[in-house]
Design a protein around this ligand. Structure first.
Ligand SMILES: NC(=O)c1ccc[n+]([C@@H]2O[C@H](COP(=O)([O-])OP(=O)(O)OC[C@H]3O[C@@H](n4cnc5c(N)ncnc54)[C@H](OP(=O)(O)O)[C@@H]3O)[C@@H](O)[C@H]2O)c1
Length: 335
């Protein structure tokens, strides 16, 4: 089979090679999937840049989500037959013609769901669900701020918060994206390139902030919480501009320093989320989250937006597009 290998860290145009390799073999609890398309996640960009600690050593096959057809089922796998159309979480290995999924994170989907929407459900929308409903426990009339609101996870969070009836502040980095998030129902769209979100908020205080940026953004967010407020910290995008070790230390420093007594006395907190760790330590939670997300998509409460479809030969362009910060929603790559 063919797989797209990450050969070297750095710019997308020199990073990948499509190579022949062995078709993977499954264990009794696994499912082999003939991949129709795989999705990109921002973590893939971080891995390509050599900034992602959990990424496998080079040369490696990245990829967290695929859509395709069941090719083979392990002896202990129930409820799947060869030919089922599925979306799956893959812990790397997704940029390939065949990929393996553990049965708990493979889910059947309709024949009509687009490849981009299907892959978004497995990763970004499952992440958004866990953040919104498990960690933030959103309620009607919560006033919330979603950073990178036009992105993969961001659009999922917006749709989930709309469903809950929250008042939504959302940031993004261009006027085109402002129009896009307005269209999704964000009540207070903020272009952070022309207006600092803290300045926009003024004296307004928030119940929940979803922060994938880190550094200074998190520190400012903490100042913007009301009693009962919490920041869900789930990414470190600001690190990808920190080229030197000093710049990296600066980003970490900019997070600020906190003591639990501060959380207690001011009744607010910071919650960190890493879905990889959740999958490793509590895989049953991931299974439940994915099931709920697929149910919400079947009910058309969630409708992932697909912002770009590429062919595998255009993988470098797809990566560069996600890195450019111009993309909206999910980026997907087809075989
Ligand atoms: N913790 C977890 O388990 C987990 C799981 C999934 C995703 N994540 C994180 O969630 C975030 C979103 O992931 P995604 O795949 O859905 O990507 P995405 O949001 O579709 O794309 C990234 C977006 O982030 C925004 N951004 C803001 N500051 C940035 C910066 N300094 N550098 C680059 N981009 C910046 C850009 O939009 P604007 O400029 O318009 O804001 C960009 O389009 C990422 O940080 C990712 O690592 C974490």
């Amino acid at each position: 089979m063919k797989a797209a290998y990450l050969m070297r860290h750095g710019e997308a145009k020199n990073a990948f090679e499509i190579r022949d390799t062995e078709k993977p073999t499954i264990t009794p609890s696994q499912i082999l999937i003939k991949v129709e398309a795989f999705g990109l996640n921002f973590a893939d960009v971080m891995a390509r840049l050599g900034l992602y600690r959990d990424a496998p050593p080079l040369p490696s096959v990245l990829g967290y989500d695929v859509v395709g057809r069941v090719e083979e089922v392990g002896d202990n796998v129930k409820d799947f037959v060869v030919g089922d159309r599925v979306t799956a979480l893959t812990r790397f290995g997704g940029y390939a013609e065949y990929a393996i999924g553990e049965q708990g994170v493979v889910h059947k989907i309709s024949e009509t769901l687009s490849p981009g929407a299907a892959t978004a459900l497995s990763t970004q929308y499952s992440t958004a669900y866990f953040l919104a409903f498990n960690m933030a426990n959103l309620h009607r009339e919560d006033r919330i701020l979603i950073h990178a609101a036009a992105g993969g996870v961001g659009t999922g969070l917006v749709q989930m918060a709309k469903f809950k009836g929250c008042e939504i502040f959302g940031t993004c980095g261009s006027e085109e994206k402002i129009e896009f998030i307005k269209g999704m129902g964000v009540d207070h769209p903020i272009n952070y390139r022309t207006r600092d979100f803290e300045d926009y908020l003024g004296d307004e205080k928030l119940d929940v902030i979803f922060d994938p940026i880190g550094g200074n953004s998190l520190k400012k967010g903490f100042r913007s919480l009301s009693a009962g407020g919490r920041i869900i910290s789930y990414g470190l995008s600001s690190m990808n501009q920190a080229k030197s070790i000093f710049a990296k230390i600066k980003v970490l420093w900019q997070f600020g320093f906190y003591h639990p007594v501060q959380f207690l006395s001011r009744s607010r907190g910071i919650i960190g989320v890493n879905m990889l760790k959740l999958g490793e330590e509590r895989p049953e939670k991931l299974t439940r989250v994915m099931k709920e997300v697929i149910k919400m998509a079947d009910a058309e409460i969630l409708q992932p937006h697909v912002g770009g479809e590429f062919q595998v030969e255009e993988l470098a362009e797809a990566h560069a597009f996600l890195e450019s910060r111009k993309s909206v929603g999910k980026i997907v790559v087809k075989w």
